[in-house]
Design a protein around this ligand. Structure first.
Ligand SMILES: [Zn+2]
Length: 173
């Protein structure tokens, strides 16, 4: 191509030298984007595409274009505390609905004074239990699932503590 930017390429009008459907977007960091990776012998038009992000598959830049069009996933989410709180007394329970990544860590700390265990139900799938924790002991349980992030997680916590005992929990993901 001779660098003529006002040329029709396939499907209609050009926007700043690009077909409308190839108008580049900034990328919001949360969803996939596409980019054109010009080959070593790419023409000027294709080279000009380097570094641009498209919010959907842009299609070839021009007929017979051999540049790679690559789908790029968003950067991995940094885990953070999405919920925390206290459980007090025998059989205290709480249901947390949180928005997190594909992995969560549930950490349970028995504040005592009596030994206690916890039962957990995540996404209404399967009960898990901690060992019996002495005062000041903690245990973490890990869960993962696949899908677009952020994901919704439902965590039901059930405290098998003695009367007058308490515990704290945190969910990181
Ligand atoms: Zn090309």
């Amino acid at each position: 191509m001779s660098g003529n930017w006002v040329q029709h390429i396939g499907d209609g009008q050009l926007v700043y030298g690009l077909p409308k459907h190839m108008e580049a977007v900034a990328g919001n960091g949360k969803t996939d984007y596409w980019e054109v990776v010009p080959g070593p012998n790419a023409c000027a038009t294709c080279k000009a595409m380097r570094g641009m992000r498209f919010d959907r598959y842009p299609g070839p830049v021009h007929p017979h274009c051999t540049c790679e069009i690559r789908r790029v996933p968003p950067p991995e989410r940094q885990p953070r505390v999405v919920a925390y709180g206290l459980l007090q007394g025998n059989e205290d329970a709480i249901l947390e609905k949180v928005s997190a990544g594909q992995k969560i860590t549930v950490t349970l700390l028995n504040l005592g004074p009596l030994p206690a265990a916890f039962r957990l139900l995540v996404d209404r799938m399967e009960w898990r239990a901690t060992r019996y924790l002495q005062m000041g002991d903690e245990q973490s349980l890990y869960f993962s699932k696949f899908g677009d992030t952020p994901m919704t997680w439902e965590v039901f916590l059930f405290y098998l503590g003695g009367e007058g005992s308490s515990a704290s929990y945190s969910i990181i993901g």
